[in-house]
Design a protein around this ligand. Structure first.
Ligand SMILES: [Zn+2]
Ligand SMILES: [Zn+2]
Length: 611
């Protein structure tokens, strides 16, 4: 059969689901995608479409027989997925970027062959998603739309942001089969200082013999302020708050209990019993300066989960594995309706996470395997940084090929889900990673997906585009055997000439292009070059404070071009500017403990530690 602007659709809905809003969305999306593809539809040539649900299928299929296209999914969301997958494979769409669908063909009609169009398609990992570290806004609708088009089904957000989302914003995700976890670092959301500090100072950590006075719970930076987690009354209060919170939000299936970011664990007598005074954290997990907090944190999780599940057995409680609580304590099990988000923070991005030759990643790999061995009905998700850690600020992280290998390996060893931090405003730098992650999570074929994406994004310049990304990757790799994603690790060990070359390649690619994405590439590489030049100038003792101030202002328009998150860059550059006033050497964010690791990395990323 042939689809064109003369096509009109007669869509048959599954009888038991005829009023299902996700099924109705699938039907209307098929019509509007065809309309967008052929610049109009609704002519005299009728094409029959049948949408069906087959609960036992475990995925979706699409086939064309005689005059009917048949979309079958095991749930309404799977039917919706089948429409979008069909649109990419048979209607020349590319859902690369939120709000900016690409139609990669101008042919006025499209022949749809008879037979099986998409064999049974199933995901490799059950939970596939994004971690949103910014408030909901009108852009949330674009994100929900992009996620479902790329078959992602999970959004982890900070509780303080979830609470401020409008019902329409939440509904945009739920309608598209995207579960929202209201959680992330949230000790301060369950027990806000404003509410408890005056009446219950004993709920908060004791440091150096005194109870801390907690910062406002809406602070966004590393709080490094924890609770006195062994206090029995505090534990009961957290569980009580969880029960009443989910009563107010019956749409939630998953909430979390995660420490505030940073360190600052309680040192009271009772809490101190949980630290092994002879064993501090580790270099790989950026925590060798503090005691391990795995035992005290996981003890809290056990008790609160039990308390919560007595009253609300269907709710999933998540927790995290991170810095000084990266591994499970001996004997700790992840029960049903519990999940750990394992975050290989400051992992090496020049080696695969499972590469035994990388000292950093093999330590994380060992922790991950221990978590999988600790599963007892619960889940293990990997929390990744496909945009680098927050203050990597859009520097090169070419990951759109490696992601396939990593996801396959995760699936093989028993990981249940994969989530990444992301931003809409760094899509120019990392969109390739986000898009290919979604493909990899469905077990798609790496070679054909890459070929298809390059063809749709770059057209006839696909070979030059491939060379451009190879060059960026070569810069990243030239930083040394290992690379952790903060600016100094990259700039200190790479050559400015390479940045000049890759910028020229982007300028050449963009010349005469009609693609909005390709037009933005030289804006990104121009930024990389300028940043690197400024860094070198500073290292040579030639930069003055005003140079950094000028650079900060020069970068401002790049946020609107989806090159970088300007607020994050501003934090970083303000820390640098401050160094000119204090005379301190600029390493990163002017956090003493962090700078120590960065100094260590100057040699450790080139040569593994000896022990
Ligand atoms: Zn304590
Ligand atoms: Zn490495």
């Amino acid at each position: 059969m042939v689809l064109s602007k003369n096509t009109s659709f007669s869509i048959e809905l599954p009888p038991a689901y005829a009023g299902d809003r996700t099924v109705l969305l699938a039907a209307s999306e098929l019509k509007s995608l065809c309309h967008a593809r052929f610049q109009g539809t609704g002519g005299s040539k009728e094409t029959k479409v049948r949408l069906s649900i087959d609960r036992k299928l475990g995925g979706y299929t699409v086939s064309a027989l005689e005059d009917t296209i048949h979309f079958v999914g095991s749930s309404p969301v799977e039917v919706l997925y089948s429409i979008y997958d069909f649109a990419e494979k048979y209607l020349d769409f590319c859902f690369f970027e939120p709000g900016r669908d690409i139609v990669a063909s101008a042919s006025p009609e499209r022949e749809i062959p008879s037979g099986n169009l998409l064999g049974l398609i199933k995901p490799l990992l059950q939970r596939r998603g994004l971690i949103q570290e910014f408030p909901f806004s009108d852009e949330s609708f674009l994100i929900a739309d992009w996620m479902v088009k790329n078959r992602l089904n999970y959004l982890m957000v900070w509780m303080k942001f979830y609470d401020l989302a409008t019902p329409e914003m939440r509904e945009a995700f739920l309608l598209r089969g995207i579960e929202i976890e209201s959680g992330h670092h949230n000790f301060s959301s369950w027990i806000p200082g404003e509410k408890y500090a005056a009446g219950h100072p004993e709920f908060f950590a004791s440091i150096g013999g005194r109870r801390i006075s907690p910062s406002p719970s809406k602070s966004t930076l590393l709080l490094s302020e924890q609770l006195c987690t062994t206090n029995p009354e505090l534990r009961r209060e957290i569980a009580r708050r969880m029960v009443s919170y989910t009563r107010d939000h019956p749409e939630l299936k998953t909430i979390s209990l995660m420490p505030n970011d940073g360190f600052g664990w309680c040192e009271c007598d009772e809490c101190s019993k949980f630290y092994d005074k002879s064993a501090k954290g580790d270099t790989y997990s950026v925590s060798k300066h503090v005691y391990k907090a795995g035992r005290i944190y996981q003890d809290l999780i056990c008790e609160v989960a039990k308390d919560l599940h007595k009253q609300n057995p269907d709710l999933t409680l998540t927790f995290c594995a991170y810095v000084n609580y990266s591994s499970p304590e001996p004997g700790f099990r992840i029960p049903e309706k519990a999940a750990v988000h394992f975050a290989p923070y400051w992992r090496c991005v020049n080696h695969a996470i499972h590469d035994p030759s990388c000292w950093l990643n093999s330590a994380y790999r060992k922790d991950l395997e221990a978590w999988i061995a600790a599963k007892d009905g619960g889940e293990v998700n990997v929390y990744e940084y496909l945009m680098g850690i927050n203050l990597y600020v859009s520097l090169p992280l070419v990951f759109h090929e490696s992601i396939f290998d990593e996801v396959r390996e995760h699936a093989r060893i028993g990981v249940d889900g994969f989530l990444t931090q992301f931003h809409l405003t760094n899509w120019t730098a990392y969109g390739m990673n986000y898009y290919m992650m979604a493909k990899a999570l469905y077990g798609a074929d790496q070679e054909s997906e890459l070929a298809m994406l390059f063809r749709k994004l770059f057209g006839s310049t696909a070979p030059a585009a491939k060379m451009f990304y190879d060059k960026l990757l070569a810069i990243q790799k030239s930083s040394g055997p290992c690379l952790v994603t903060y600016p100094r690790a990259l700039f200190n060990r790479t050559n400015v000439e390479d940045y000049r070359q890759v910028h020229q390649m982007a300028v050449d690619l963009a010349e005469g292009t009609s693609s909005d994405f390709v037009r933005r590439l030289p804006l990104w590489t121009g930024y990389l070059l300028k940043f690197k030049q400024l860094f070198d100038q500073y290292q040579a003792g030639l930069a003055v404070k005003n140079d950094v101030v000028h650079f900060k202002n020069w970068c401002r328009p790049l946020q609107a071009e989806r090159v970088l998150v300007h607020g994050k860059l501003e934090w970083l550059l303000d820390a640098w500017i401050q160094c000119f006033d204090t005379g301190a050497e600029w390493m990163h964010f002017n956090l003493g403990w962090e700078d120590e690791y960065i100094r260590l990395h100057d040699s450790l990323l080139c040569e593994p530690p000896k022990n």
